[in-house]
Design a protein around this ligand. Structure first.
Ligand SMILES: *Cc1c(COP(=O)(O)O)cnc(C)c1O
Length: 370
């Protein structure tokens, strides 16, 4: 296996799309602040205060509009899809499906026996639909702001349909892409991407209309499993708690990342930084003789997940294997996409100098294998 000259290597070799790099300072926060919290009751003040601080910091970070609330629950974004099918969709959802994650949520409401079949607006991998189609009877419009499997970004704009909710999967976008929450009713994410925390939990900003919907559906008599109940999640979140026991270490890591983002200038800074780092990757791919951005339309390219296709002459899987053997990991493409591709996450914790180093390492490896 070729050995990349150490002088070319990034200081941190983690470029995965989730779980993603956890900064050393977050780990120190865990070592220093953790002992007072880890192994103590999540029903007592120290952990409840931590949850309250996270809710307050998320609210400030996202400039939470009046009346919106930060809700949390266990299980992550995938669990949120089931919770939404049970507790947010009244009868029919519409999904924009232009990659794995948007399609997965669509398949959840598709199989829910108490819902009408959803409307699914599709677009091939690497592109995106023009936008949602307003259809009478649809009461939830859903799409990912960033389709992590393909590296395609989608605008977040409220669907002009009376009484319908706009529900955005921000799992890989939140913390690294600009957003106006007033354009959404539910903006949900797991924290193991830009927020560099652990998975297994979801956070969401709920609008007053979304909170009302949750209460309505809960009162409708539909059977909703306790662990998936959004009404229960809302009620617990107001008390800075979760229905069942959360992983406390992840909360400490998330709080540390929010503090770090706050010091640097919040969401505006984060969005500028990911625009810069992703720009380095796309410019490099445009210049390359053997590679090109997978997403053809520059306006559709994600600032946090960069997908780069290679000519058949270069075996991208082999490049990824060499990088991995040299400690530069998780640039393999999304497994089900099946392309000769590398996928590079430029989440907010990844500094420009590491991206430059990664690109040099890729050039070096392609030359060494050629
Ligand atoms: C990672 C990801 C998910 C899945 O998150 P889990 O926490 O593993 O459930 C869902 N949607 C998007 C857009 C993602 O990037």
């Amino acid at each position: 296996m070729p050995v990349i000259p150490p002088s070319l290597l990034p200081t941190d070799g983690r470029f995965g799309a989730g779980p993603s790099r956890v900064r050393h300072e977050q780990l120190s926060a865990l070592c220093h602040g953790g002992p007072a919290l880890l192994g103590t009751s999540h029903r007592q003040a120290p952990v409840k205060d931590l949850v309250a601080r996270i809710q307050q910091r998320l609210g400030a970070f996202f400039s939470l509009p009046e009346g919106y609330e930060i809700v949390l629950g266990l299980g992550g974004a995938s669990t949120f899809w089931d919770s939404a099918a049970f507790g947010l969709v009244r009868s029919r959802a519409e999904h924009l499906a232009f990659g794995e994650f948007g399609a997965k949520f669509a398949s959840v409401t598709q199989r829910a026996p108490f819902l009408e079949p959803p409307v699914v607006v599709e677009a091939p991998a690497g592109s995106r639909p023009d936008g949602p189609r307003v259809i009478p009877g649809v009461d939830v419009y859903a799409w990912p702001q960033n389709e992590t499997s393909t590296g395609v970004a989608m605008p977040v704009r409220r669907v002009p349909a009376d009484g319908a909710l706009t529900v955005v999967d921000a799992t890989s976008a939140a913390g690294g892409m600009a957003v106006d929450l007033a354009q959404t009713d539910v903006y949900y994410f797991s924290p193991q991407k830009n927020f560099g925390s652990d998975g297994g939990i979801w956070f969401a900003a709920f609008s007053p209309a979304a909170l009302e919907r949750v209460a309505d559906v809960a009162a409708s008599g539909r059977w909703i499993p306790d662990v998936l109940s959004l009404a229960t999640a809302v009620e617990n979140s107001r008390r800075h708690q979760t229905y069942n026991t959360p992983a406390l270490a992840g909360l400490v890591l998330l709080d540390a990342q929010l503090g770090w983002l706050e010091e640097r200038g919040g969401l505006e800074w984060a969005a500028r930084r990911t625009a810069e780092t992703s720009g380095l990757v796309y410019e490099w791919a445009e210049r390359s003789d053997v590679a090109r951005p997978f997403v053809a339309d520059p306006a559709h390219r994600s600032p946090v997940v960069c997908t780069v296709d290679f000519d058949a002459a270069v075996d991208a899987a082999r490049v990824a294997a060499v990088l991995r053997a040299n400690g530069v990991v998780d640039v393999e493409p999304y497994r089900k996409l099946g392309r000769n591709q590398l996928r590079i996450a430029t989440f907010v914790a990844v500094p420009p100098e590491d991206v430059r180093a990664l690109l040099e390492c890729i050039d070096w490896t392609v030359a060494a294998l050629g």
